[in-house]
Design a protein around this ligand. Structure first.
Ligand SMILES: [Zn+2]
Length: 435
């Protein structure tokens, strides 16, 4: 018989069940059995050889497993940048127990057969739960709608052309109609290609100073406006990916007040850095959408604090070193993020902008709700035993990674607040100091 697992002595933060105090968590058969005081003490008293395994969580937060709504695992076809094995190892190390992987692979996840083959590979290789999205348009080319019904049936958890915007409004409307019919969210990479052009960084004082082509905020907000209008019309569920500017936050705020089914995520780099922080010699600072201005960053933080922005998602986008070495103008967009989501988010906690409960809501409760995962996002009896144990005071210099890539501006920096243990379906996927 498999041993029970007890996570002992940590502060359990379970917003759904309104728990925020020191408790033990008892896990059996991959499910939560109970969250109560003194579970370990009772079991230890029996005096015999222990029939359980314990994780010491004293001084730590014990939260429902973190769910990352935005990851590029790069499989199939781009295994020089990442694979299911390395990407989910990085996720576990970063305290993430479930993730959504995007469809801009090679080939694109635009047919049921491709989705099914990826799901079989996930079953074999993944260390954490992986939920693939199905593409909205064939080959992400923006010309022809995929068979969204068949993709949903084959296991697509959401629909997205992420990496590319859906420029054709008729196709976006059809995707949102499918969203309503099939009860799957549309994950919206909001960008207007003609306004982005060959831009490299945010259009503003920095782009002028550095003599780099700019990407205006309007490139994002114009599509946010359009897609909110289409969501309003269709009743589909619209989720704005990687909101980066103040106006996007305001648009989502107003749309919610009008009853539109819209939500939004922000990436840790967008609430941590601004374009002023960019080192033009380091292409790891290049991502889409770009690092914006100080007022944008503050608006994102405010949006996260008041719930206008519902989720924190990493947009983990690994690129091998040779592709980033060509300089900021030519390098591809994207940075890794799975291992830095906790410490960067806890920076907001430390500055008083996001308390522990809201942190868990943004990184677990809401993502589970958006994806319709009823047994995740909380620690109620019978829930999946996906748990993140976070030591808010643990520190390290970011100098090793489980990812294949290290294209992140936080490489070599001091990180504070780290996963001590990551439990997936009752099994230890990561234990700090062990792996
Ligand atoms: Zn995107």
């Amino acid at each position: 018989m498999k041993k029970d697992l007890i996570i002992a002595g940590g502060t359990v933060i379970d917003p759904v069940n309104k728990i925020e105090e020191i408790r033990d968590v008892l896990i059996r058969g991959g499910k939560i059995v109970s969250v109560a005081r003194g579970i370990l003490a009772k079991r230890a008293k029996k005096g015999k050889k222990p029939d359980f395994q314990a994780i010491d969580a004293r001084g730590c937060w014990v939260t429902p497993g973190l769910i990352d709504l935005h990851v590029h695992l790069r499989q199939p076809g781009q295994s020089a940048d990442e694979t299911i094995i390395t990407g989910t190892r990085a996720a576990a190390r970063g305290g993430i127990t479930s993730l959504v992987t995007m469809a801009n692979t090679s080939p694109v996840l635009d047919t049921p057969a491709r989705l099914k083959s990826l799901l079989a590979q996930i079953k074999k290789d993944a260390l954490v739960n992986v939920f693939p999205v199905g593409a909205i348009t064939v080959g992400l080319k923006g010309k022809k709608l995929t068979n969204l019904d068949a993709l949903a049936h084959a296991g697509a958890i959401a629909f997205s052309d992420d990496g590319m915007p859906v420029v054709n409004s008729k196709l976006m409307r059809a995707a949102l109609e499918a969203s309503k019919r099939l009860n799957r969210p549309v994950l919206d990479h909001a960008e207007t290609p003609h306004l982005t052009g060959t831009g490299v960084v945010h259009e503003g004082a920095f782009s002028k100073r550095a003599k780099l082509k700019g990407i205006p905020s309007r490139s994002e907000t114009l599509m946010v406006m359009r897609d909110i209008a289409l969501a309003h019309q269709t009743g589909g569920t619209l989720h704005i990916c990687h909101a980066s500017c103040a106006e996007s936050v305001e648009l989502v705020r107003r749309a919610k007040a009008q009853g539109v089914r819209v939500s939004a995520e922000a990436a840790p780099h967008h609430f941590t850095l601004t374009d002023d922080d960019i080192d033009p010699k380091n292409a790891s600072f290049k991502m889409k959408p770009p690092l914006r201005g100080g007022n944008d960053r503050e608006a994102i933080i405010q949006g996260l604090a008041d719930g206008t922005i519902d989720a924190i998602a990493t947009d983990h986008a690994p690129h091998r070193a040779t592709r980033k070495k060509v300089g900021i103008k030519k390098a591809p967009f994207g940075m890794t993020g799975l291992e830095t989501a906790i410490p960067l988010s806890l920076n907001l906690t430390r500055r008083g902008a996001l308390d522990a409960r809201r942190f868990v809501e943004r990184m677990s409760v809401f993502p589970a709700k958006l994806l319709g995962l009823k047994t995740k996002g909380h620690l109620g009896k019978g829930a999946d035993a996906d748990i993140t144990v976070i030591d808010p005071n643990a520190e390290e210099t970011y100098a090793t990674t489980a990812s294949k890539c290290r294209n992140t501006p936080f490489w070599g920096r001091r990180l504070r607040g780290l996963a001590r243990a990551t439990i997936v379906s009752g099994k230890i996927a990561y234990l700090r100091g062990r792996n």
